[in-house]
Design a protein. Structure first.
Length: 400
């Protein structure tokens, strides 16, 4: 009887379940152990790093201090040699601009050394001829200006004339007198006649420094011209062979644009000199040809060149009459605006292929950051940057 009841209980249990007492609990425990073994291990708790030891803190502080010291040292060193570096870069730009002339002479059968010597000789003769043509008229006109100074002062103080009324309204004579007094400095080192010796010494030092810088640029330009092919090859060899061909093409185009910039600068200077000569001939100012040459050479200096030339010509025009001097001043103010915002951008667009807006912005930024040298180098740098962006950056972005 009992066996029959056990069979009935076994039949009532689910299939595969052990009918013995405690078997169900054992099966649950086995399943829990199996699930525990198959579950992934729990993540390890994050270890919080202990505080740095004193030695490590001291070492890190020394490293940071040394880094700041090196940055300050190199920044100070760079600031100390900025003017010399600008002379080197300026010489390189002039050499790159004259290199097409040397290359033309070389293609005509002249050795490169002789071509460089010929170009340098012509340049030196041009500088000597410029000073020979300019210095005597400037000395003569300076003497005449000193003699005419009392009459000019009386005319400025005469309120019945237009110039006198302008002087009364804008205090022109007082402004000029104060500027001359401030530029000459203290008269403690003056002679008995009141001659500002300190001002003369400052002017002499400035002239001597300009001559030394000009001689340095001349010598470096000659060296760069003589070694230009080797220097270019050395620069190209620093580029991997897989990219060297493209780099050579870009480098040659950059050198061509620098040469175009020098040519464009000469064109604008010639226009300034010819315009000055024509105006002075019409106004009856003496030495019109020499003054036109002076303005043409000074116009090669960006930003301040045309201003200096216009100031000198206006002072010379004072020896003729005050109205002629005022007309000269107005002429140079108008010409300066036309040259900066119309002539130079258009010429550079044709010779350097730099957009006019970029030319104006480059001149403003270069002059504000690095002065005259920065303004002179601004357009070549802008031309090289524009070429690299158009030939390298844009194609790479378009291919992405």
């Amino acid at each position: 009887m009992s066996s029959d009841s056990d069979d009935e209980v076994a039949r009532d249990l689910p299939q595969g379940e052990d009918p013995r007492p405690g078997a169900a609990d054992a099966s649950i425990e086995d399943k829990e152990r199996a699930a525990h073994r198959s579950a992934p291990p729990p993540p390890k708790p994050l270890k919080v790093r202990d505080g740095w030891p004193t030695r490590r803190i001291f070492s890190a502080a020394c490293t940071v201090a040394a880094g700041f010291f090196l940055v300050y040292f190199f920044a100070t060193l760079l600031k100390a040699v900025t003017s010399e570096l600008m002379l080197v870069v300026l010489s390189g730009v002039i050499a790159a601009g004259l290199d097409p002339v040397v290359a033309l002479l070389t293609r005509r059968g002249l050795k490169r050394q002789w071509s460089v010597a010929l170009v340098a000789t012509v340049f030196i003769l041009a500088v000597v001829g410029f000073f020979a043509a300019i210095v005597p008229p400037i000395v003569d006109q300076t003497g005449q200006l000193v003699k005419a100074a009392p009459d000019i002062s009386k005319e400025l103080q005469d309120r019945s004339t237009l110039i006198g009324r302008l002087n009364t309204q804008y205090h022109l004579l007082d402004t000029v007198t104060s500027r001359l007094g401030s530029s000459s400095g203290s008269t403690a080192g003056s002679s008995g006649s009141g001659l500002p010796v300190g001002g003369i010494l400052n002017v002499s030092a400035a002239i001597f420094g300009t001559l030394v810088s000009s001689l340095t640029v001349l010598v470096l330009t000659i060296y760069f011209l003589a070694n230009m092919p080797g220097m270019r090859r050395a620069v190209y060899r620093t580029i991997p062979a897989s990219r060297r061909e493209r780099a050579v093409l870009l480098g040659d185009e950059i050198f061509a644009r620098v040469g175009g910039y020098v040519l464009g600068n000469i064109v604008t200077s010639v226009i300034a000199g010819v315009g000055t000569m024509v105006f002075l001939e019409i106004a009856g100012v003496p030495y019109a040809g020499a003054l036109g040459l002076l303005v043409a050479v000074l116009d090669l200096i960006p930003i301040v060149g045309s201003t200096i030339g216009g100031t000198l010509v206006t002072l010379v025009a004072l020896t003729v009459s005050l109205p002629v001097a005022v007309a000269s001043l107005v002429f140079y103010v108008v010409y300066r605006l036309l040259e900066d915002y119309l002539l130079t951008p258009r010429v550079m667009n044709r010779t350097v292929h730099v957009p006019p807006v970029l030319t104006i912005v480059a001149l403003l930024l270069g002059g504000a950051l690095f002065g005259i040298e920065g303004a002179f180098l601004a357009i070549p740098v802008a031309a090289a940057t524009e070429l690299v962006i158009s030939e390298v950056v844009w194609p790479k972005l378009d291919s992405v």
